[in-house]
Design a protein around this ligand. Structure first.
Ligand SMILES: *Cc1c(COP(=O)(O)O)cnc(C)c1O
Length: 408
């Protein structure tokens, strides 16, 4: 159904040649017949394109398709997932503000909060987002957001989003969630009180790992009237303040716009998202069950396993297939390296949800350059491997794992 609806969504303006897919409008500037028309476009009085850092038809088409999938009210595309995250916080954070979050974060998000934002006087308050009393103690009058990943990478913890949003909303604070690890086709974050979704479309959406991209999906569920940064524009955009500032100020001034070529490739990616996700996630569950049976494997992280401590909550929020990424621990780093070096099908590469299965040793790579103190904070075991499951046959992947453990 989801895929069919998406394939059926049409363009606002048909292409002059009747192209079946949205053409790539690879032009920086758009021309006007008259100076008056040009003025109207620049004043936002006419819906016309002016300059591709501000808007572009191919990128807008991608955003419209994501609206169909996510049920979001506003969707804004960026050059990468990190651009989507940084632009969001540039909109709402200010010197003296704080962000309530956890250390269980994607490496660059952690570093953006800890290094980039703290330099501007934004305080990052790390706490246990699974513990509501602690979250409540952290929130005060200067908290600009509670931020979480819905399935943390690589710890694979699952916060109870309904509880977390109720706690944030009680204090007039929005819940912003990075939903990169669970695609829109599988669940609806807004049903659990998420106000803004941030997604690295580099991952599931692009599919073949073709391009970097990110989106902010605004469900327009949060009332920003008390937001320090958004108050001054209340008269311009009472209904969609956040989205207005994100688009008309951050995107234009910071310039991390998605390019039309990327938008084209990722629009094609969206069309197969549901199919790819179901296949990869089913294989991931099969591999998690298989890894659990191997004595060399100390622990397996996948919330789809009935033995996982987040299983019930994970089923309630995400359904029975919570993604296509799992983690597992071998004896130590040396065992991980030996295993990785013997793999023949599973590829040694970073990225998630490529069509190929990818493996990485997070502590020595993603977290490799962190200070000892920050390494302690993120707490990733030295024997941990992260496997992103692709579209290969599960039996072939199992055989590759067995031979790499020197069992065949
Ligand atoms: C990859 C990733 C990002 C960053 O996305 P980029 O497109 O690489 O900038 C952010 N959050 C999560 C959970 C990710 O996996």
């Amino acid at each position: 159904m989801i895929t069919s609806n998406l394939l059926n969504a049409s363009y606002p303006e048909p292409d002059v040649y009747n192209a079946l897919s949205m053409p790539i409008y690879h032009s920086v500037a758009f021309e006007f017949d008259t100076a008056e028309e040009m003025e109207a476009a620049f004043m936002g009085q006419a819906k016309l394109y002016t300059y591709s850092r501000i808007s572009n038809p191919t990128v807008e088409h991608f955003e419209e398709r994501i609206k169909v999938l996510s049920n979001g009210k506003f969707v804004t595309a960026f050059a990468s997932g990190m651009a989507a995250i940084s632009n969001t916080f540039m909109c709402i954070a200010y010197t003296g503000a704080n962000i309530v979050t956890t250390t269980r974060l994607f490496g660059n998000t952690f570093s953006f909060f800890k290094s980039s934002l703290e330099a501007f006087g934004v305080e990052v308050r790390f706490c246990d987002l699974l513990n509501m009393a602690e979250v409540e103690r952290m929130i005060d009058g200067n908290t600009c957001a509670v931020f979480t990943e819905v399935l943390t990478n690589p710890h694979l913890e699952v916060p109870d989003l309904s509880l977390l949003s109720a706690t944030a909303h009680k204090h007039g604070v929005p819940l912003i969630a990075d939903t990169t690890l669970m695609p829109w086709t599988a669940w609806a974050a807004a049903d659990f009180g998420v106000d803004l979704e941030i997604v690295s479309t580099t991952k599931y959406v692009s599919g073949g790992g073709t391009s970097l991209g990110g989106v902010v999906v605004d469900h327009a569920s949060f009332d920003w009237s008390n937001s320090f940064r958004l108050k001054p524009i209340a008269h311009i955009a009472p209904q969609d303040r956040f989205n207005f500032k994100l688009r008309s100020e951050m995107m234009r001034n910071l310039g991390a716009t998605m390019g039309p070529q990327t938008a084209y490739m990722q629009t094609i990616g969206l069309e197969t998202l549901d199919l790819r996700f179901k296949k990869a996630a089913a294989t991931c569950l099969a591999l998690a069950q298989f890894l659990q049976t191997l004595p060399e494997v100390k622990t397996v992280g996948y919330t789809g396993l009935s033995t996982n401590c987040f299983h019930k909550l994970s089923v309630r929020q995400f359904g029975s297939l919570p993604g296509a990424m799992l983690t597992f621990c071998l004896e130590n780093r040396a065992a991980c390296y030996a295993f990785m070096n013997r793999l023949k099908r599973i590829r040694r590469a970073t990225n998630l949800f490529d069509n190929r299965s990818l493996i990485i040793h997070p502590l020595s790579t993603i977290y490799g350059t962190l200070s000892e103190e920050n390494k302690q904070l993120v707490n990733v075991p030295d024997g941990l491997l992260r496997l992103s499951v692709g579209l290969e046959d599960s039996e072939l992947l199992k055989a590759d794992i067995l031979q790499a453990l020197n069992k065949r």
